[in-house]
Design a protein around this ligand. Structure first.
Ligand code: G1P
Length: 289
C-alpha cells in the first residue's frame, strides 16, 4: 500500500458526549466501546497509521481520560501479565502505547467539531492535516484516508469524504451539491448541513474524514457563533475562495456512533475474528431468521 508523507498529522476529535449510546456512555467514552476486543478509536488510529501518519492529536475532554490511558503503558496490568508469563498478550498491550506520537488537547466545552479542530491550530500551524472522527470506521483495501490523500496530492485543496446516504438519514449529515469530475471524485459547489428532506441537494453525505488546508483555521476564527462551530461552516467560507473536493469512499462504512452500525460492525468483524468466527457463524446459522 502506498504510504505518503505530505499529511503528517491527524486530528481525532473525541470530546463529544455520545448521547446516542446512553446509558453505556455515562461513565466511559463512546470511542472506547469495544468491537469484540478492540475499542472503536483503535480502528481510527490504525487507519491514520496505515495512511502514513505518525502524529495523532486527540481533541479530548474532561470525561475522556480512558482514551489517554488506553494509548499509554499500564504498569500494573503489564507486571501482572509478566508474572503470569502471558508474554504474547503483554507485548500486544505494551505496543499500543508506541503506535504513534499521541498528543492530547482539551476542548473545554463541546462546542462543535469546528471548535474542536481549532484547538489544534498551534500544533498544526501551516501544514495540511487530516481529521478523522472517532467513530467512523471504513473497512477497505485502501484506507479511506489514503483515498482522500491521493486526491489531495493532486489538487492541494480541502478534500472531504463522501458516502451515498439513504434519503431518510440525510438529515443527519452535511449534504453536498457537487459535480463529478472523475471516477469517485467531485468538485463541491455547496454544502447544506443537516437538511430537511426537501432541502437535500443530493444523496451524498459527508462522513467523518477530511484532509484540510491551514486556511480552514482563518475561516473558523472569522465565524461568530454561540453554541456550536462546525467544520462545514468553515468549508462554506473556503468554497467562496477556493475549490473543495469530495471523494466517494470505496469500502464498507460503519457509523459506530449509531447503534445499528455499531452492532453491524461487531457482527461483520466477528465473522473474520480468528478466535470467535467459527462459533459466531454457527450461532448465526442456528438463529434461522
Ligand atoms: C458532523 C458534520 C456533518 C457530517 C457528520 C458525519 O455532524 O457536521 O457534516 O456529515 O459529522 O458524521 P455531527 O454528526 O457531528 O453532528
Amino acid at each position: 500500500m502506498k504510504v505518503q508523507n505530505l499529511i503528517k498529522k491527524a486530528i481525532i476529535p473525541v470530546a463529544g458526549f455520545g448521547t446516542r449510546f446512553l446509558p453505556a456512555t455515562k461513565s466511559q467514552p463512546k470511542e472506547m466501546l469495544p468491537i469484540i476486543d478492540k475499542p472503536i478509536v483503535h480502528f481510527i488510529v490504525e487507519e491514520a497509521l496505515e495512511s502514513g501518519i505518525k502524529d495523532i492529536i486527540f481533541i479530548t475532554g474532561r470525561h475522556k481520560r480512558a482514551i489517554e490511558d488506553y494509548f499509554d503503558y499500564a504498569p500494573e496490568l503489564e507486571n501482572n501479565l509478566f508474572r503470569q508469563n502471558k508474554i504474547e498478550v503483554l507485548n500486544k498491550i505494551k505496543s499500543i502505547a508506541n503506535l504513534a506520537n499521541f498528543i492530547y488537547v482539551r476542548q473545554k466545552e463541546p462546542k462543535g467539531n469546528g471548535d474542536a479542530i481549532l484547538q489544534a491550530e498551534c500544533l498544526v500551524r501551516n501544514e495540511p492535516f487530516a481529521v478523522l472522527f472517532g467513530d467512523d470506521i471504513v473497512l477497505s483495501k485502501k484506507t479511506a484516508l489514503i483515498q482522500l490523500i491521493e486526491v489531495f496530492e493532486k489538487y492541494r485543496d480541502c478534500t472531504i469524504a463522501l458516502c451515498e446516504i439513504p434519503k431518510k438519514f440525510l438529515n443527519q449529515y452535511g449534504v453536498v451539491k457537487a459535480v463529478k469530475i472523475d471516477k469517485n471524485i467531485y468538485e463541491i459547489k455547496d454544502i447544506v448541513e443537516k437538511p430537511r428532506p426537501s432541502e437535500a441537494v443530493s444523496n451524498l453525505g459527508i462522513i467523518g474524514k477530511y484532509v484540510l488546508i491551514p486556511e480552514i483555521f482563518d475561516e473558523l476564527k472569522r465565524i461568530k457563533y454561540k453554541d456550536e462551530l462546525g467544520i462545514t461552516d468553515a468549508l462554506k467560507g473556503i468554497l467562496k475562495k477556493r475549490p473543495v473536493y469530495g471523494v466517494k469512499i470505496e469500502g464498507k462504512r460503519y457509523d459506530c456512533g449509531s447503534k445499528i452500525d455499531f452492532v453491524k460492525a461487531i457482527i461483520d468483524l466477528s465473522l473474520n475474528h480468528p478466535e470467535v468466527k467459527k462459533e459466531i457463524k454457527k450461532h448465526l446459522k442456528s438463529l434461522k431468521i
